[in-house]
Design a protein around this ligand. Structure first.
Ligand code: NDP
Length: 391
């Protein structure tokens, strides 16, 4: 039996992971964690006979304890308990908590030499070098779960990374792809919250429309595969059937195609290094008919230039970028700022942070990363408020 834990089990990636686990009989579930969705966490813990269920919020302890009364499932609560659960022995963990809260359990699991299937984008963007060093130090494995990174990872099997010229991540272009540029400034959270191909939560769907999601992925690819900033490219591909392309020095291009279903990259990480059956729709290219590609319009998607800036600057700028993006998104959802203001908030925050004496210093610990996150959130709030009051 393989011992498996799922961090962020009540979320979209977490539920897809549980769906795959439920189809297997060689899995023992050690830990499931969730946030405020206590009913869903309790149900999953019972269904999967988890050893331990952890909610990230202290105030959810009692409801979770009550819901799991008489089951023998251990219960814990609070961010410390989530991080500690990363130390509980497991052969494979899914890191699918959203936001910076996902960092600590991921680091804890790596320190145990565990294989970590990494969906949490923030880990690589805010703390890439630290995370990879932690994995190396403990002979742990990180498997990418973001669909584009899983696609690149799969295209690189048996290849030497030194022979790679470029990696191209595809992007649907989001729900506002065909809007006239002058109308974009007036887009509402509802307009930006509709995705043409992927079924995801509101925040990540808006991040797709602004391409902040792709910008995060570009930084992730740069960190994870050790690519130079100019080696990581983005192409708009409205059909979302080609997930990534890897171009080699001999002119060959390996592409990864498949239906847009997160259970593919999750299942690949679960079965790795083997391939196993997965319950995903089979690709029918004749039915798809055509595959279109275009260069992203940089005026429409300023997030991409900001990602390049972060890759060039390195140091703490990934943590600043991520925190500022979160604050910008909060203010956009609250209708305090416009759609295009989100990039202005991130740019203004990077500028303000760069003006600080300590800005060039790379974080040396998880605590450093989290301190930068807090500082950047304050700066980003100031920038967002200044834009809100702009005429
Ligand atoms: P969701 O918002 O659907 O789920 C997030 C999970 O994290 C839930 O279990 C939630 O609990 C939990 N959570 C929320 N806040 C905290 C906290 N402070 N501490 C601990 N746990 C918390 O997110 P997704 O599943 O969509 O995404 C998860 C991660 O994977 C993100 O980093 C995302 O960028 C990345 N990703 C997502 C993809 C997708 O298709 N959705 C694709 C690739 C990567 P609860 O709901 O109970 O409050």
């Amino acid at each position: 039996m393989r011992r498996v834990s799922v961090f962020g089990a009540t979320g979209s990636v977490g539920e897809s992971t549980l769906d795959l686990l439920a189809r297997r009989d060689d899995i023992e579930v050690a830990v499931l964690t969730g946030g405020r969705n206590v009913a869903r966490l309790a149900k999953a813990a019972i269904e999967h006979r988890a050893e331990l269920a952890v909610t990230a919020f202290e105030e959810c302890y009692k409801p979770l304890k009550d819901a799991l009364g008489g089951t023998g499932i251990e219960v814990a609560a609070g961010p410390g308990a989530v991080a500690e659960a990363g130390l509980r022995p497991a052969d494979w963990i899914m890191s699918a908590i959203v936001g910076a809260a996902g960092l600590a359990p991921g680091f804890a699991a790596l320190s145990q030499g565990t294989t970590v299937a990494l969906a949490n984008k923030e880990s690589l963007v805010t703390a890439g070098p630290l995370l990879l060093a932690e994995a190396r130090a403990h002979a742990a494995t990180i498997l990418p779960v973001d669909s584009e990174h899983s696609a690149v990872f799969q295209a690189l099997v048996g290849e030497d990374i030194a022979t790679v010229e470029t990696v191209t991540l595809t992007a649907s272009g989001g729900g506002l792809r065909d809007w006239p540029l002058e109308k974009l400034a007036r887009a509402t959270p509802e307009d930006a919250g509709k995705h043409p191909n992927w079924d995801m939560g509101q925040r990540i769907t808006i991040d797709s429309a602004s391409m902040f999601n792709k910008a995060m992925e570009v930084i992730e690819a740069h960190e994870f595969f050790g690519l130079a900033p100019e080696q990581v490219r983005v192409l708009i591909h409205p059909q979302s059937l080609v997930h990534a392309l890897v171009a080699f020095r001999d002119g060959a291009v390996m592409g990864h195609l498949g239906a847009p279903d997160m259970r593919h990259p999750i299942g690949y990480a679960l079965n790795w290094p083997a391939r196993g059956d997965l319950p995903v729709a089979r690709l029918d290219l004749a039915a798809a008919g055509r595959l279109d590609f275009a260069h992203p319009d940089r005026a429409r998607y300023p997030a991409l230039a900001l990602a390049e800036r972060v890759m060039q600057q390195g140091g703490a700028s990934g943590a600043v970028f991520n925190a500022a993006k979160e604050i910008a998104l909060d203010h956009f959802i609250a209708r305090n700022i416009g759609f295009l203001d989100m990039a202005r908030v991130v740019e203004g925050t990077l500028d303000r942070f760069a003006a600080r004496a300590t800005s060039g210093r790379a974080p040396t610990s998880l605590a450093d990363v989290l301190a930068t996150d807090t500082e950047a959130r304050h700066l980003a709030t100031e920038v967002a408020v200044s834009l809100r009051h702009a005429p």
